[in-house]
Design a protein around this ligand. Structure first.
Ligand code: ARG
Length: 456
């Protein structure tokens, strides 16, 4: 079939080669952005007198018809038209006749595709920001219910000090807050119009790039036409921000998987977010959390692949850059899906407060309390640490915990211990008393919750 660019060719490629080179199977996701870009371009062509107003209007109405068809899912794409840009241009000419061929005046697919990607990502990043907020809301609501729920806090996956479960959940709130900021800040670099850069060098037509940018809602235009068509740093940045976000999600996914195991039993997931086994009738697997942990692989891969595509590419557009799309679409869908799943999973999980509480009563995570207590009696903390370490060993040998010791046993270790030690060692008190700014003390967590709520 004759190509829109076929003038200087004497034969057409074989079908399998055409298929290899085509991007229509995936860049059709940009159909609405492509039409939007074309509408702005052709309005600008009319306003500047490059086309007559009548021509511009004919093309606009043709594009609007294509838009309606696209929204109704009625467009039929063809591989021989290679990509979304050529498919739409062909359809436009079929729709309104040869005047449709004037749309591409002063424009190239190079600035066209870059414009589509900027429009697409600008929209999707805003959607992602909203989904981050939804997940933050779920965390805040669950944290609010669990300010005074205590559980072991871990370092090295060894019990360290008891903490508020609300505090633990809010740690993720703040990670997501920074992720959200990164996406918001990245909009400054996405919100720029490449349109009118043309193939690479600008155009001889008296176009008005600022006008088309304004019509598209872009805040500024690329200052350099070669930069405009050749860079994809805004996509790298998006993929990097996504990699950071999914890294945070995988950490919570891992905790959810651990917490819902029989060994921890700290939470139970709602049935919606779990699946059974085809052979073991008792199983309830935390599939969604596992899947998100696993999907981080493709998000990281997409970042590395985009960097690799750009590395060493000479100016300006190179066909290599067609490979920028699938990874970007995939990451957009993966991040949105993961955030949605997580919000629901956090919101609906059952927190087993008693199991968490029992756990802190059966460990030595109050040992620091005792060391702090001794230090308040005037001995250096290092000595207090040594005394408590010995007492822990004594308990291990005896098969008990610190709170099981008699006052005599305490006094033998350090004579100035009095019976207020039992209150100090209670895990709930241990948490309550960690009232330093940003600490896990209940009052601090409540302050933190107020700060968090202001941000969502
Ligand atoms: N399908 C192409 C892409 O996605 C559009 C730009 C093609 N430009 C060109 N000069 N062949 O990158």
């Amino acid at each position: 079939m004759k190509k829109l660019w076929g003038g200087r060719f004497s034969k057409t490629p074989e079908q399998w080669i055409e298929e290899f080179g085509a991007s229509i199977s995936f860049d059709q996701q940009l159909v609405l952005e492509d039409i939007e870009g074309s509408l702005a371009h052709v309005k600008m062509l009319g306003k500047t007198g490059i086309l007559t107003m009548d021509e511009s209007e004919q093309i606009q109405s043709g594009l609007l018809k294509l838009k309606a068809k696209a929204q109704a899912g009625e467009l039929e794409y063809s591989v021989s038209e290679e990509d979304i840009h050529l498919n739409l241009e062909k359809m436009l000419i079929e729709e309104i006749g040869p005047v449709g061929g004037k749309l591409h005046t002063g424009r190239s697919r190079n600035d066209q595709v870059a414009t589509d990607m900027h429009l697409y990502l600008k929209k999707q990043v805003q959607v992602i920001i909203e989904h981050i907020k939804e997940m933050q809301i779920a965390l805040v609501e669950q944290a609010e219910k669990n300010v005074e729920t205590i559980l072991p806090g871990y370092t090295h996956l060894q019990r360290a000090q008891p903490v508020s479960f609300g505090h633990h959940l809010l740690a993720y709130f703040w990670m997501l807050e920074r992720d959200k900021q990164r996406f918001e800040e990245s909009l400054n670099r996405i919100d720029i119009s490449p349109l009118g850069a043309s193939a690479l060098a600008g155009t001889t037509f008296p176009i008005d790039r600022h006008y088309s940018a304004e019509l598209l809602g872009f805040s500024s235009v690329y200052e350099n036409s070669m930069d405009a068509v050749s860079d994809r740093d805004f996509i790298v940045e998006f993929l990097s921000n996504s990699a950071m976000t999914i890294t945070h999600l995988t950490r919570l996914a891992e905790e959810i998987i651990l917490w819902s195991s029989k060994e921890f039993s700290f939470i139970e997931l709602d049935d919606t977010y779990a699946t059974g086994s085809s052979i073991m009738p008792q199983k309830k697997n935390p599939d969604m959390a596992e899947l998100i942990r696993g999907k981080s692989g493709r998000v990281f891969g997409n970042l590395i692949s985009m960097l690799t595509i750009l590395k060493g590419l000479p100016m300006t557009y190179n066909k290599d850059m067609q490979e920028d799309k699938e990874g970007m679409f995939d990451t957009v869908h993966t991040i949105i899906g993961s955030l949605k799943i997580f919000a629901g999973m956090i919101e609906t999980m059952t927190v087993k407060t008693e199991v968490m509480k029992d756990a802190v009563n059966q460990d030595f995570s109050n040992a620091t309390e005792l060391a702090d207590y001794l230090a308040t009696k005037g001995i250096p903390f290092r000595e207090a640490h040594e005394i408590v370490g010995k007492l822990v060993l004594y308990c291990i040998n005896k098969g008990c915990y610190l709170l099981d010791l008699s006052l005599e046993e305490f006094k033998e270790a350090f004579s100035e211990i009095s019976d207020d030690v039992y209150n100090v060692l209670s895990p709930t008190e241990a948490v309550r008393r960690r009232n330093s700014y940003g600490g896990t003390g209940f009052d601090q967590v409540k302050i933190q919750l107020e700060q968090a709520k202001k941000l969502i």
